[in-house]
Design a protein around this ligand. Structure first.
Ligand SMILES: [Zn+2]
Length: 895
């Protein structure tokens, strides 16, 4: 016992395995029993022993280890370890030998067995129903560190090896793995399936699926066989994903100038899957709703959304076949590069295949949420040290994916398409079948572009946060100053190398440079003097008119990960340019998003934000208007605390802004209209209903009444139902609750999860705190599925927030017992606490949780309280704008 402990101790607490030996080739044979839900296996690992050693240390978890032996290739001598020790905490298997193994080649053979688990990781079971009978299939999810649950291995991305996989499975089932089938042997009702040997790959990309499927297939122009596996009888639902996969392979082969490296690509949807999809080499595994396209059951708008979702996900996973699988991150610290890059390139590829979908505008929303997250003091840098492999899970977050892809886009647009693409191709060729670190990509980009990419990008990936760029124009000199932007209003210490792009008066007159220091300036006389722009204006031929009309936009198309604050004169000119529609949709989105954030941080007045919002009233772009609506909601929440008496005037002003779009769109969809109009109609009608627009309420209630008579009434489509439910709840009080009761009956009768969800989202919108309390009790009752309770929280009215907080406190023990260990738990905190905007409430929340906080939600609680304090500060700033209520009254009356 003592001895074993001392053997283990010398290898414990290390982030990575000791480099005593490195695997070259795995010969893995697994025998699956899908009735007992267990497996046995034997793995033969061809090893290069680096130095004479008495120990081999590899990874294993939740496996029973059987016979182990090591054969030296030089003298064929077989030795067995004197001790075999597993450590669950560090997830390692230590083999100790009496005599040192010599330096050189050898083969380690390990027999093992395990259970197909129900936790959707490692080699796991998923249930499905076949002819009324519940059966199990098996699938794998190894990323990040769960290959070790399936077979003992050196489970680190840098330890690449070739894999030869063999499976024993029931005769009637389909067996899939990374490579094509080499041969099959039958033995009674069991078949042994031998797969071809793979090229060098990391353990986290090994995959196996065994189940019952139907498939569709196509062959690419390069002769790659692509197959999509669907549940039996549903192979038609895989045709769209198949089409996208074939296009993706062709597109990336061109883009990277490197052919797809495997002989086949399979994609399979399994009934239970933890994430959205996993890019295993040659065998991409999907959650069913991210791959199957049911042509018959969806409405036009839904079908469109589904197509987009499936395309972006498939483009992301196929991109990983190069970026991630062929060239792999050296360690998990560089995970962001895999994910950030695959995310960015999936938008590029989707836009290439379906330009009419305008997916880059959705990317903008993605970037915006990264900007929001990263302006909290509790953010973290993109590149993080991973000291225990398990901790890697925590960095699959908004910073890795959203900020990661946004900084890649910033670099790509600064360097330009051609250089960026050429560099990626060189990078692929140089590191094919190997591993690379973040800085390796930067070196290649530096070589190809002549720009110091490494210095530039390290300022973005090794420190958290991002800069605010303040701009002033003096004559023809533009002066810039950077400071770290924090929503708390405090100035952070960070300093970045910022790729500044700008245009003057038109998108034809552009300039770019790197701002490397805190302050910098640039002479833009050449832009002023260039012959003419789209207006036919230049300073030389008509100085007065030019002065009147010129505008400057920094951060063209919002492709940089920073915010901009313009001096007053430049801001005013920009507002005129938006009004005249000279500015692109991404730039309109960005100007509003930046101004909103500056206002939250106390760097700009609310009156200037409100004036700016007024010029967006004629806008029709979905992304721009939905951002405008989001800003309206946020302002109402804080203004309610600053000047409660005039909040109705503020709501009226927002109604005035949104009305033109609402009138243009109407309540009912028009056949053949763009799906973005359908989405916009839904959002605008909901906003008008929640701001209490009488006209909208009348329409909504009338349509709701016809829904009560006829559940399929054409007067209320799925897209506008939510507005009607909001109107119903805004009219509900304890004294007037008829429509509320009707809505509850619709909920009880509803046979689709979508309809139930729609209703739950708005039940707590009543202005009566007693009704809100009643709704919260209803949410916690048996009438609502446990997982659905959180839908109700987002819709809690401002008037009901005290009731909600009281409910949370009263039910804390119940909540903790029922949800304390699950994923939904944090919603109880974030959604209910987020309703407050005063320091007193932040203190009260802190006091309540002082002796109730656990590690499970400590970070989320801190972030929520930070956001309440940020809003409290905003409320104080607003209160100091004394003329604001009068201004808002004027804006509301003006119509
Ligand atoms: Zn990914």
């Amino acid at each position: 016992m003592e001895k074993k402990q001392s053997i283990i101790d010398q290898f414990k607490g290390q982030a990575r395995l000791p480099r005593l030996a490195a695997p070259r080739r795995y010969d893995l044979h697994l025998k699956l029993d899908l009735v007992a839900c267990s497996f046995t296996g034997v793995v033969r690992v061809g090893l290069a022993v680096a130095e004479a050693t008495k120990f081999l240390v590899l990874n294993a978890l939740e496996l029973a280890i059987g016979d182990v032996c090591f054969a030296d290739s030089a003298d064929q001598k077989k030795v067995r370890p004197c001790d075999v020790v597993m450590d669950d905490e560090d997830e390692i298997l230590v083999l100790a030998f009496d005599e040192a193994l010599g330096c050189g080649e050898g083969v380690l053979t390990v027999e093992f067995s395990g259970m197909l688990n129900a936790h959707l990781k490692g080699l796991y079971k998923c249930a499905y129903v076949d002819g009324g009978e519940k059966k199990y299939m098996a699938a794998t999810q190894f990323e990040a560190v769960d290959a070790r649950r399936c077979f003992p291995c050196w489970d680190e991305p840098a330890l690449k090896a070739a894999f030869q996989i063999t499976l024993d499975v029931p005769l009637e089932l389909t067996a899939l793995s990374n490579m094509p089938i080499l041969k099959e042997k039958l033995n009674g009702d069991i078949k042994t399936v031998y797969f071809e040997e793979s090229p060098m790959m990391s353990t986290y990309l090994v995959a196996v699926v065994v189940g019952s499927f139907d498939s569709v297939e196509e062959t690419t122009a390069d002769g790659i066989r692509v197959r999509v596996y669907c549940p039996p009888g549903k192979s038609d639902n895989g045709k769209f994903a198949l089409h996208v996969a074939v296009k993706a392979l062709e597109l990336y082969t061109r883009y990277f100038s490197v052919p797809y490296p495997l002989p086949k690509l399979d994609m399979v949807a399994v009934p239970e899957f933890a994430g959205g999809a996993m890019e295993n080499y040659g065998l991409i595994i999907y959650r069913e709703n991210d791959m199957l396209h049911d042509e018959l059951q969806s409405t036009a708008a839904k079908k469109q959304r589904l197509s987009e979702q499936i395309t972006v996900v498939a483009m992301h996973e196929v991109a990983h076949q190069w970026f991630g699988n062929l060239v792999t991150m050296e360690w998990w610290t560089h995970l962001w590069l895999n994910e950030g890059f695959a995310t960015w390139v999936s938008y590029m590829a989707t836009d290439n295949l379906f330009p009419e979908w305008k997916v880059w505008t959705q990317f903008l929303q993605y970037t915006a949420s990264g900007l929001h997250m990263d302006s909290l003091e509790k953010s973290h840098p993109i590149e993080v040290e991973i000291i225990h492999a398990r901790a890697v899970l925590e960095i699959f977050d908004a910073i890795s994916y959203e900020k990661g892809s946004a900084v890649i886009q910033m670099l790509q647009s600064y360097l330009g398409d051609a250089i960026f693409q050429k560099s990626l191709s060189s990078y692929m060729k140089r590191y094919a079948w190997k591993n690379a670190k973040t800085e390796d990509l930067w070196s290649v980009l530096t070589e190809e572009s002549g720009v110091e990419v490494t210095n530039l990008m390290e300022t973005w990936t090794k420190q958290k946060g991002y800069p605010l760029i303040s701009v002033n124009l003096n004559g023809h000199i533009l002066a810039f100053e950077q400071s770290q932007f924090l929503l708390s209003g405090l100035a952070g210490e960070g300093l970045w190398i910022v790729p500044i792009t700008l245009c003057l008066g038109s998108y034809e007159r552009q300039k770019k440079f790197l701002l490397k220091t805190r302050c910098g300036e640039i002479d833009i006389s050449d832009l002023f003097n260039s012959p003419s722009d789209c207006l036919g204006l230049s300073e030389e031929n008509d100085p007065e008119k030019f002065k009147e009309h010129f505008w400057i936009k920094i951060n063209i198309y919002q492709s940089g990960f920073y915010r901009v604050k313009y001096e007053d004169k430049l801001a005013t000119q920009l507002i005129k340019a938006i009004e005249s529609n000279y500015v692109s949709a991404p730039d309109k989105f960005g100007i509003l998003d930046d101004t909103h954030a500056l206002c939250q941080a106390g760097k700009q007045s609310l009156s200037s934000l409100l004036t700016l919002m007024g010029v967006y009233r004629k806008d029709i772009d979905y992304t721009v208007v939905s951002n405008l609506i989001e800003v309206c909601y946020n302002i109402v929440k804080v203004y309610y605390d600053a000047f409660p008496d005039s909040v109705d005037y503020l709501r009226q002003y927002f109604i005035n802004i949104l009305r033109p779009s609402a009138e243009r769109l109407g309540w009912e969809s028009v056949s053949g209209e763009p799906h973005l109009n359908v989405l916009l109609r839904g959002e605008i009608s909901m906003a008008l209903a929640s701001f209490g627009d009488e006209k909208t309420h009348e329409d909504a209630i009338r349509r709701f009444k016809s829904l009560l008579m006829d559940r399929n009434t054409p007067l209320l489509s799925a897209d506008t139902k939510r507005a009607a439910y909001i109107a119903v709840m805004r009219k509900t009080t304890v004294a007037s609750r008829n429509y509320f009761e009707s809505l509850l009956s619709i909920y009880r009768e509803a046979d689709t999860v979508q309809e139930k969800e729609r209703i739950l989202r708005h039940l707590a919108a009543s202005p009566d705190p007693d009704i809100v309390m009643e709704v919260l009790n209803f949410l916690a009752s048996d009438e609502v599925r446990d997982q659905d309770i959180i839908y109700g929280f987002r819709g809690i009215s401002l008037e009901g927030r005290e009731a909600a907080w009281k409910w949370l406190k009263d039910h804390w023990d119940f909540i903790l017992n029922k949800y304390g260990t699950g994923l939904l738990f944090t919603n109880f905190l974030t959604d209910i606490i987020a309703l407050f905007s005063s320091n007193e409430k932040a203190d009260e929340v802190e006091a309540f949780f002082a002796n109730r906080t656990t590690l499970a939600f400590a970070m989320n609680l801190k972030q929520s309280i930070e956001q309440v304090r940020i809003k409290a500060r905003w409320v104080q700033n607003i209160k100091q704008e004394e003329s604001l209520p009068e201004l808002i009254k004027q804006l509301a009356i003006k119509g």
